[in-house]
Write a protein that binds this ligand. Structure first.
Ligand code: ZN
Ligand code: CU
Length: 485
């Protein structure tokens, strides 16, 4: 039998955390068919390893690509990094199931204007993704703020009992239709007033479906430990798997606490299924909001609806030009987006290196001046943190981007190089890979990602998208009593 694709003498890093080994890998249809010494075997196409590494395609566990996978199905920013699956719907923000009566409330506006929200049910979203056929696979969380926006017009209060019932019904419908879990963004003004008693019934549903809860916590600053405790408790009571989104120690007064925060995560992980995700940068990026402004931290404006011409300057510079303080400038600029210098590099490294952390870009594709994490996250982990700084072994770096996320998000037969698994693969030249996306020039394709295969189809090579075979990955029904792991 001739295979479709044969990768000869590649150094396999299989995603499990095991050390690299040299082998031939054969692909037929959408699966990996054979691994080993395949001398004498034929294939439609043969590619020689020449010292390059074959890894499972990366799983970007934290994205805001909900509408982007439909509007820009080439998904160049992601597939060019070797990403083959994106998890959308993080931080309480999802494109479905949402019908908006007016302009999208912050931070739903990170996904686009009101016209972007045309998926009143999750099934509408599934159909749109399948019609668009993006180059990468998509698995979707449902956002708590999105559920609120569906039934509430004012967000500075808890959901009323009847509103909560509607939110629960919408969530349940979405899970039935294949959504993989729930996300929250409790730090944001429009979700902050949701008490635990609003979250718990929603997370309970997620638990009953054997799926997961991810949370951009209420407080990543001085209240980070209390917020972690709240997240652990909510998920544990529900029997839901938990992912703490972009774990960090935010704000200069909070720097140096990464070991404390990780100790709390480790302790919880002894009792319940939980992990965190993180991006490999010391600056964060999201909408501009007055409570985030402290007058000293550098804040770089990436977009502003009323003053688009003020983008690409710091808030301090803008305030000086206008002769106002930074809070007044913030109010004038909003709705707006910003990059915040709010973490210490030491904390970033400590969290990145921890065995419970996975990699998620948190890239913002709708931002005209995006944070470089949108294009650079995975090359930066491989080139800068793994190869150059040796923060972790290559096997561990790859596990954080493949095997661990596939297990936590229950993406069956993905995130691993194994016979029978889906052929989602990335061929990397570790001598050439470089982290080239920067704050001043963020939309740069990394060199060294030589070939990307999605569901068996060569989908990226020579720096270009060459195929679009991504699928919508639905929640896998689980056997009873699946928890914890
Ligand atoms: Zn977030
Ligand atoms: Cu996010």
């Amino acid at each position: 039998m001739a295979y479709d694709l044969l990768l000869r003498a590649v150094t396999v890093v299989d995603g499990s955390g095991a050390g690299p080994y040299i082998a031939d890998v054969a692909v037929g249809g959408d699966r990996i068919r054979a691994i080993g010494n395949l001398a004498g075997q034929a294939a439609q196409r043969v590619i020689h390893g020449n010292g390059r590494y074959l890894m499972p395609g990366f799983i970007d566990v934290h994205t805001h690509d909900d509408t982007n996978v439909i509007d820009n199905p080439q998904m160049l920013a992601k597939i060019s990094q070797g990403v083959t699956t994106v998890i959308v719907g993080n931080c309480g923000i999802s494109a479905s199931p949402v019908s908006l009566p007016g302009i999208p409330p912050d931070p739903l506006n990170l996904l686009g204007t009101q016209e972007a929200f045309v998926y009143p049910t999750f099934q509408h979203y599934v159909d749109a993704v399948e019609r668009a056929c993006p180059s990468v696979n998509v698995a979707a969380l449902i956002g708590h703020t999105a559920l609120r926006a569906n039934v509430m017009t004012q967000f500075d209060r808890p959901a009323a009992a009847e509103e909560l019932v509607q939110m629960c019904t919408a969530l349940q419908g979405a899970l039935e239709a294949g959504a993989i879990g729930l996300s929250s963004g409790l730090a944001y003004t429009n979700a902050k007033q949701a008490p635990v008693s609003e979250l718990q019934p929603l997370v309970d549903i997620v638990g009953a479906y054997g799926s997961l809860y991810t949370t951009h916590m209420r407080n990543e600053h001085d209240g980070v430990l209390e917020s972690l405790a709240e997240s652990f408790s909510t998920a544990r009571l529900a029997g839901a798997d938990l992912v703490i989104s972009h774990l960090k120690c935010a704000g200069a007064g909070n720097w140096g606490r990464a070991p404390l925060v990780l100790a709390a995560l480790e302790k919880a992980a002894g009792e319940q299924a939980c992990n965190c995700d993180c991006y490999p940068y010391a600056c964060s990026s999201t909408t501009l909001d007055a409570w985030r402004v402290d007058g000293t931290m550098e804040i770089y404006i990436t977009w502003s609806d009323p003053y688009p011409q003020m983008a690409r300057q710091t808030l301090k510079e803008i305030a000086a030009q206008w002769g106002v303080d930074q809070w007044q400038a913030t109010e004038r600029l909003r709705p707006a987006g910003a990059i915040y210098s709010m973490m210490s590099e030491d904390d970033v490294r400590t969290i990145l290196a921890h065995p419970l952390s996975m990699i998620g870009s948190d890239g913002l594709p709708a931002d005209p001046n995006p944070h470089p994490r949108l294009w650079g996250t995975f090359p930066r982990v491989l080139a800068h943190y793994c190869r150059d700084l040796q923060l972790f072994t290559l096997a561990e770096a790859v596990r954080k981007m493949t095997g661990m996320p596939a297990a936590r998000f229950r993406l069956q037969d993905r995130g691993v190089v194994r016979v029978g698994a889906f052929a989602d693969l990335t061929l990397v030249d570790m001598t050439r890979i470089e982290d080239v996306a920067t704050y001043s020039d963020p939309c740069r394709q990394a060199p060294g990602i030589d070939l990307v295969v999605v569901n068996g189809a060569v989908s990226y090579e020579n720096g270009q998208v060459s195929g679009r075979q991504g699928r919508l990955l639905k929640r896998q029904p689980v056997a009873s009593n699946p928890l914890p792991g």
